[in-house]
Design a protein around this ligand. Sequence first.
Ligand code: PGA
Length: 262
Amino acid sequence: MHKKKLVIGNWKMNPKSLREAEAHFTQIKKQLPKLRNVDAGIAAPFVYLSSLGKLATTSLAIAAQNVSAEKEGAFTGEVSVSMLKSIKTKYVILGHSERRTLGETNAFINKKLMLVLLAQMTPVLCIGETERDHDMWYLSTIKTQIEECFAGISKASAQKIVIAYEPVWALSTTENRRDATPEDCLEMRIYIKKVLSDLYGNAAMEKIKILYGGSVDEKNAIGFLIGGHADGLLPGRASLTPKKFVALLQVANTINTTNDLR
Ligand code: PGA
């Protein structure tokens, strides 16, 4: 059973300057209550990570939003796992839907996943369907994403991966979006667990954290954490306002994990 919830704020391509990034990070740090039940992180753009890494604490870590699929060498514009590791990056988000839209495939994400694991950082693998159809084909989309992204990954390594379930139709930036409910989150959680258990067995499956992301804020967080049984959250928009992000962390921190049914 996972004791602590994991909450990572995905800043995406924000804020506009390093100065603002440092100010936001510092503000979050200052307002941060003692978090007993939550591990927190900020996924900032690459160029800010090194500076934010110097401000990071054990309660507020830094995360990358992406990484190169190559270990080293002549790859103009890329950032490698060893570079991220050298500035104490703790988590690396992989396969975010906004990157999949740019052409990232499951096989490509799988290569990155292997490198991140090898470098001993925690991969946060995003999966999620673009829409929910009545014939439930979206379940096979999720299954394929998991099977192809986890391909060739051992049971021992698989347990170190964090999955972030992000239904694309519920993201704050999706056109004609609609809200996902805690029930949507729970339904998918059960399905993801089934797929993982078929691949790695029950004991390993139990160790893999499944976060929820998609328009999460300080108001709906509790629903996803309790009703949806999420092991944590990946808020985007709500993480851009330090006050909102801290409020969200506070909510997650109130959850008594011993009451967590699963
Ligand atoms: P959102 O973003 O909270 O703004 O919907 C979440 C994400 O894309 O990771």
